[in-house]
Design a protein around this ligand. Structure first.
Ligand code: OAD
Length: 238
């Protein structure tokens, strides 16, 4: 007898990679405490000082390349042998992919890629094969390459794809995100009424989410282990 598979979706944020040594944005000593969003993460910042923006993301890329997937990433990828999991991540790191997850959608871009800073070239991405994007790196049309990161004020191109995936979820696991950045945060409301929803975060008790969410007040690695063990029991029961 073949068992029915569930449609499981993980929606991750910076807390997912915290145990890999990648800083979050809004915790104490987070990135936005030490850098100004306006100076490094907006189209205006790029226009004003592309070298500063490039340097900021080069440092992020270096940190990410020196990091490895943690137990939370690995629990998720290992679970694919039992049941597929689709990951929708706000993270620009590639740790979900490096842990072995095969279905990963990046909402806010991918630090290991660049794109043209010229007009009408939004969909062409180029792999960056080292930590450093240089000021002399140009696209075939001669425009300077910028990091493939969605900045504040820019369109989130993958939003409708992500909403479609979340609408079909039987189980949604939100993990390591403060849910403070719109429109990404609105995705948790796109589920169908029967979807079972979890939120894993050491600060989840303070977070305002619909009352059916099961709050798991825990780090990413401990929390995902508990949640996936429960799901496994349901799957193996029948
Ligand atoms: P935040 O820094 O806003 O939130 C990180 C969340 O992770 C918080 O709720 C923490 O409590 C939680 N956290 C910290 N350590 C954790 C751990 N070990 N395990 C689990 N959770 C932990 O990061 P995001 O919500 O991801 O956008 O931020 C959303 C977006 O804002 C980012 O994608 C980025 C940023 O500006 C862009 O760069 C476009």
């Amino acid at each position: 007898m073949t068992k029915k598979l569930l449609n499981i979706v993980v929606f991750s944020g910076a807390g997912m990679s915290a145990e890999s040594g990648i800083p979050t944005f809004r915790d104490s000593n987070g990135l936005w405490e030490n850098y100004s969003i306006h100076e490094v993460a907006t189209p205006q910042a790029w226009k004003h000082d592309p070298d500063l923006v490039t340097k900021f993301y080069n440092q992020r890329r270096k940190n990410i390349l020196e990091s490895i997937p943690n137990e939370a990433h690995l629990e998720i990828s290992r679970f694919e042998s039992i049941n597929p999991i689709t990951v929708i991540t706000q993270n620009i790191d590639d740790l979900h992919e490096r842990s072995g997850s095969t279905r990963v959608l990046h909402l806010h871009g991918n630090i290991m890629q660049s794109k043209s800073s010229g007009p009408d070239t939004e969909k062409a991405y180029y792999d960056i094969n080292s930590w450093e994007l240089k000021s002399t790196d140009k696209c075939p049309d001669g425009y300077r390459l910028r990091p493939h990161v969605v900045w504040f004020g820019e369109e989130v191109y993958e939003l409708s794809n992500a909403a479609k995936i979340i609408k079909e979820a039987d189980i949604l696991i939100v993990i390591g995100t403060s849910l403070q950045v719109y429109p990404a945060s609105g995705l948790i409301h796109e589920t169908n009424p029967d979807c079972k929803r979890y939120i894993i975060d050491p600060k989840c008790e303070e977070m305002i989410v619909p009352s059916d969410f099961v709050k798991v007040n825990s780090s990413a690695s401990a929390g995902i282990k508990t949640v996936l063990e429960n799901i496994k029991k349901v799957l193996t029961k029948g």
